[in-house]
Design a protein around this ligand. Structure first.
Ligand code: ZN
Length: 257
């Protein structure tokens, strides 16, 4: 495995204390601030078959989209907080896409040019709260959109990712592998997803799209240490070649809502 980019294994500056989402700014993989505002986060649910199976979710042909507000954003490195006193908080590790140009009712051919870059995010979910809201037939905004519900990593520029459908990622918690994802296994790929989202919600510069979680969601506990990687594997004749794009060490702290 080799590393790409000047600082692929960078430890990002501790930056702001999380929970302090007011001070979140998008950063690139060299730690430079990206000149884009922080916007909303548009997410897709049920985009990997193995996660649908683990949740025993009811599915439909129509995409499941939801939004986290910009106030959910906080830095993924080097520590983030989770709420306590509201039941389980689950990790959902997802590829994040940063929008660089406006997309409104865009065709699939238009979307790739509008992507600034790629990163990893945690779609933190208050799972017990969500289950209760689902049971009541209510929207589950609170379970997914609370302050700090979207720890987000540094972005790798799109130019450095030739084939985003070959992106892969992993999450280990306290040294144990918990999630492994492969963009090639998405039910809706990135082009399709962004085009479809933009029919409903204009995607603006600085908005972020979360592309769904594979299996392996589970509770996080204060004190957990997390290791996330984003990598790309190309199949060359007879062998595969893996390049690590992001390598993030972080830990879970707590804060009551
Ligand atoms: Zn998710």
């Amino acid at each position: 495995m080799k590393s790409a980019g000047p600082k692929a294994s960078q430890k990002l500056q501790p930056q702001q204390k999380n929970g302090d989402s007011m001070s979140y700014q998008h950063q690139d993989w060299q730690g430079k601030v990206i000149d884009l505002p922080k916007g909303k986060v548009v997410c897709i649910g049920q985009n990997y078959l193995d996660h649908i199976q683990e949740m025993q979710s009811k599915t439909a042909p129509e995409a499941l989209f939801f939004i986290k507000p910009a106030t959910a954003l906080c830095p993924l490195a080097a520590e983030f907080v989770i709420p306590t006193g509201h039941g389980a908080v689950h990790n959902e590790t997802e590829i994040a896409v940063l929008i660089g140009k406006k997309l409104s009712k865009a065709s699939e051919d238009e979307v790739m040019d509008a992507i600034w870059g790629y990163s990893l995010a945690l779609d933190l979910t208050l799972r017990d709260v969500q289950a209760k809201l689902k049971q009541l037939g209510r929207p589950w905004e609170i379970a997914k959109g609370f302050d700090g519900a979207c720890p987000l990593g540094a972005f790798v520029p799109a130019e450095a990712v030739q084939a985003p459908q070959q992106l892969q990622f992993s999450l280990s918690v306290n040294g144990e592998l918990r999630q492994q994802g492969d963009a090639g296994l998405m039910i809706r790929g990135i082009r399709t997803m962004l085009s479809e989202m933009s029919q409903w919600f204009s995607l603006e510069p600085g908005d972020v799209v979360l592309t769904g979680t594979p299996a392996g969601v589970g509770p996080l506990t204060p004190g957990d240490s997390l290791h996330l990687t984003l990598h790309i594997t190309r199949q060359l004749t007879g062998q595969s070649d893996t390049t690590v794009l992001l390598d993030v060490q972080t830990s879970v702290s707590m804060q009551s809502l």
